[in-house]
Design a protein around this ligand. Structure first.
Ligand SMILES: [Ca+2]
Ligand SMILES: [Ca+2]
Ligand SMILES: [Ca+2]
Length: 150
């Protein structure tokens, strides 16, 4: 390849990669679009730390809920599946103070109904249960999980 062709190739592929990001309107296969995010609802079950790792491996992070619209979207989807799903909040730093693992932001709204109850003093991770309600649970329990990416 001549120098000029090589330069063209690099410029074009860079442009293509950037425009791909800028104009992308849809999510990758298997991800569901909601507002500005893509969400992935797993079929396999992992511990909460395992879910953190796998979400990162597939280009995202364990889901973080920013507003009521996103909360309702996730809760409704989970309720239809009749399964429990991990999301990305924990209270490992300070008992009872839940923060999002990736952004490190505190949970901004109260999403809980009967929880968190820190049952047996051993519940540090947040799941959406099969009724679409949020609950703290033992982080080593294996549940499905929801990943998110921009
Ligand atoms: Ca989110
Ligand atoms: Ca706890
Ligand atoms: Ca609980």
């Amino acid at each position: 390849m001549s120098t000029w062709n090589l330069v063209s190739f690099v410029v074009l592929t860079t442009l293509a990669a950037n425009s791909n990001v800028l104009v992308r309107a849809d999510c990758p296969d298997g991800w569901v679009k909601h507002q500005e995010s893509c969400h992935f609802f797993s079929h396999d079950r992992l511990s909460w730390p395992g879910a953190i790792v796998v979400c990162k491996l597939i280009g995202g992070y364990l889901a973080e809920v920013q507003d009521d619209s996103e909360k309702n979207f996730l809760d409704t989807t989970v309720d239809q599946q009749n399964e429990h799903y991990w999301i990305g909040a924990h209270d490992a730093v300070q008992e009872g103070s839940f923060v999002w693992a990736t952004s490190r932001q505190p949970i901004s709204v109260n999403h809980f109904v009967h929880s968190p109850d820190n049952y047996k003093n051993n519940e540090g991770c947040i799941e959406i249960d099969s009724d679409g309600n949020w609950n703290d649970n033992d982080c080593m329990t294996t549940f499905r999980y929801i990943c998110e990416r921009p």
